[in-house]
Ligand binder design. Structure first.
Ligand code: DGL
Length: 284
């Protein structure tokens, strides 16, 4: 394991609570185009075990990664408004595709802080010199990762690759399947030819492919998982703004989806690594 792979964070119980800002007991709002963002929720649950979370997954309209910028921006604003009405204290754009094309829209409409996975991933990748980025076609075409990484590491060279088939392969549960391995080898060949030292997993579904991708790229390439990086950024913002939940009671987790697809429970629990309760369907 490379030193830049993030080790799983342990829950850190806080010692004595300092005075928190009003409304610190409100939930964190997390959203994604579907259930892939549950990888971010999982990282948040592990890193911040006392925080209440409201998750929104647009399961009726997923995938976003092949839709137009205008459509994605419209859907993104709609979801952000929904979560703000749930009185969240922080918004986390867990979807790389939404972050790539609509992060500014969300920041413009939100009275609470907004964090996005692309910025979190870029911060984690900044130690790399030759950085590979993989994501959906919309994310890669937006060039958002290259811009964000260059903000933190201006001298790095970025090599990007759209991996359109990874999302359906993960949804199918083919995490260690020969078809997925061959697909990954094909997608990653151009990046490996550039001798990348870092690979950014620029889509919420990709952390589930980490073991397979590790086999394909070998041990010398650091894998940047934006879910873990995101959880660290959320912890930092909550601490800085005195917004950490002062209650240490069992937190509440609510999951809003626009459809309950076949196998939703199985796939969702795989993303989350635990039982999926409190699922509510929103009719839009
Ligand atoms: N959640 C999206 C992302 O992180 C991938 C799924 C989609 O295409 O909607 O880019």
């Amino acid at each position: 394991m490379s030193s830049r792979d993030q080790a799983p964070s342990q829950p850190r119980p806080r010692s004595r609570e300092k005075a928190q800002a009003p409304g610190a007991d409100r939930p964190i709002g997390v959203f994604d185009s579907g259930i892939g963002g549950l990888t971010v929720v999982r990282a948040l649950m592990e890193r911040l075990p006392y925080e209440n979370i409201v998750y929104f997954g647009d399961t009726a309209r997923v995938p976003y990664g092949v839709k137009s910028v205008e459509t994605i921006a419209h859907f993104t604003s709609q979801i952000a408004q929904f979560l703000l009405e749930k009185d969240v204290k922080l918004l986390v754009i867990a979807c790389n595709t939404m972050a790539a094309v609509a992060a500014q829209e969300v920041k413009d409409l939100s009275p609470v802080p907004v964090l996005d996975v692309i910025d979190a991933g870029a911060v984690s990748a900044r130690g790399g010199k030759k950085i590979g980025v993989i994501g959906t076609p919309t994310t890669i075409n937006s060039n958002a990762y290259a811009r964000a990484i260059h903000d933190y590491a201006p001298d790095s060279r970025i090599h990007s690759q759209a991996c359109a088939l990874f999302v359906p392969l993960v949804e199918e549960g083919w995490l260690d399947h020969e078809v997925t391995r061959l697909t990954a080898q094909d997608y990653l060949r151009p990046l490996m030819a550039e001798h990348i030292d870092t690979l950014v997993l620029g889509c919420t579904h990709y952390p589930l492919l980490k073991p397979l991708l590790r086999q394909v790229v070998g041990d010398d390439v650091a894998l940047v998982d934006s879910a873990e990086a995101m959880a660290e950024q959320v912890a930092a913002v909550l601490a800085e703004k005195h917004l950490a939940n002062p209650s240490h009671a069992q937190p509440r987790y609510d999951f809003y989806v626009t459809d309950v697809p076949l196998r939703f429970q199985t796939i969702g629990e795989r993303f989350l690594g635990r039982t999926l309760n409190n699922v509510h369907v929103v009719q839009w």
